[in-house]
Write a protein of this length. Structure first.
Length: 77
């Protein structure tokens, strides 16, 4: 099960890889810096539309798979 902290870590890692400051990413995604700080901290109640805007700005996709498919993928690795 994906948790908010998992998404937070992915966002923070991608931002750092792209050498973006939080203020730069927030501007690119059209969200506030405060929102981005909370997203990267793993706040569980962030807004989905804004989260998707940040992922889009980072060039990340959100892919949904069933738990059984995810387990099958893990077992193949």
């Amino acid at each position: 099960m994906t948790k908010p902290i998992d998404i937070a870590a992915s966002v923070k890692t991608a931002r750092r890889t792209l050498k973006l400051r939080q203020v730069e990413l927030a501007a690119a995604a059209g969200v506030g810096v405060r929102f981005l700080i909370e997203l990267e901290a793993g706040k569980p109640t962030v807004q989905l539309d804004k989260t998707l805007a940040v992922l889009n700005a980072l060039g990340l996709d959100c892919v949904l798979v069933s738990r059984s498919e995810a387990a099958s993928r893990r077992n193949r690795s």
